[in-house]
Design a protein around this ligand. Structure first.
Ligand SMILES: *[C@@H]1O[C@H](CO)[C@@H](O)[C@H](O)[C@H]1NC(C)=O
Ligand SMILES: *[C@@H]1O[C@H](CO)[C@@H](O)[C@H](O)[C@H]1NC(C)=O
Length: 303
């Protein structure tokens, strides 16, 4: 009885061992690797256990459009063709990553001679992209007390860029209240959109501004631009308006006078059909042309 039990136990044990040996099992060093664009990156797929001599190894790239082959029939295919190699036994090495490589990749190994003949492992690759020089817009000149908006946009960076603003080469804190230097300023800064908004500018807000876009891969800055703040002086405006009104009045009076004179003096001219005759008769100025002579004649008459 004891013997049969022992035999049964041994059989169970050996069966268990048999199954665990004849199974393909994969593992990875890193299932969420990242690299910067144009660098190399390894998508590790290690075979922990296998009995099959010549297993079938495949890599698929999984995007929103579904899976596509990266490594199939012992060849790298598709977009990665010239940029990747397989490192024994099943690791995929991308030699020059591009931003479009950001995706999930699946390493699949089929081992026909193993009891458990299939295993797969998914690796989530992120290719980081440095920001490019952001597009910045800084108003040149803002009236005192008015609002102002400075914007900074950069769209290449991956992960998405965050933004910092600098005034006179000094970083502007996210919250003006935490800084003694900026505590009286009325701005709000959105580091995700890059917008620096002043509710009411002060004289002290004038200065050289630039913005930096940054992410894990690097950063880039736009050239600094000057923002000036000018006074909207009420007295100045009133004086300005008064001066403009006076000037307009003078012009109006001038035009009226001119009309009046022309109206008054055009009637005698119409009576004399030939104006050469009165011009010569007066002997005002024979050298001048007829028109000028006529004018001269009229003006001398006025004086
Ligand atoms: C990687 O690819 C980019 C663009 O295709 C190229 O400009 C660069 O020289 C490549 N780098 C290497 C190390 O091959
Ligand atoms: C902020 O305003 C207060 C009150 O007007 C003034 O006493 C203080 O000096 C100002 N601080 C700065 C940094 O300009």
């Amino acid at each position: 009885m004891a013997k049969t039990r022992l035999a049964w136990l041994l059989t169970l044990l050996s069966t268990h061992c048999f199954f665990s040996v004849l199974a393909v099992v994969l593992k990875t060093n890193n299932n969420s690797p990242w690299t910067n664009e144009f660098d190399k990156i390894e998508l590790s797929c290690l075979i922990e256990s296998i009995s099959t001599i010549n297993p079938r190894i495949e890599w698929k790239k999984i995007t929103n459009d579904g899976p596509s082959y990266v490594y199939f029939d012992k060849k790298i295919s598709g977009d990665l063709e010239k940029r990747a190699v397989i490192r024994e036994p099943a690791t995929l090495l991308i030699t020059n990553a591009t931003r479009s490589d950001t995706a999930k990749y699946r390493c699949e190994v089929t081992a026909v001679d193993d009891q458990k003949s299939f295993d797969e492992i998914v690796i989530d690759l992120v290719v980081r992209v440095k920001p490019v020089v952001p597009k910045c817009s800084v108003p040149k000149s803002v009236p005192f007390g008015k609002s102002a908006e400075l914007s900074c946009v950069e769209e290449e960076g991956f992960p998405k860029s965050q933004y910092q603003w600098f005034k006179n080469r000094e970083e502007i804190p996210n919250d003006p209240k935490i800084s003694s230097k900026f505590s009286n300023s009325s701005y709000t800064l959105n580091i995700d959109t890059g917008t620096l908004r002043f509710i009411a500018v002060r004289k002290e807000d004038a200065g050289e501004y630039f913005c930096r876009a940054k992410n894990d891969a690097g950063h880039a800055e736009c050239p600094s631009q000057m923002m000036e703040v000018y006074d909207l002086d009420v007295m100045g405006i009133v004086m300005g308006v008064v001066v403009v009104v006076i000037v307009l009045l003078c012009i109006a009076v001038g035009i009226c006078c001119a009309y009046y004179k022309r109206g008054y003096f055009s009637s005698p001219k119409q009576t004399g059909n030939n104006y050469k005759v009165p011009a010569k008769g007066d002997g005002v100025d024979y050298v001048r042309t007829e028109d000028e002579g006529d004018f001269r004649h009229k003006s001398s008459f006025v004086i």
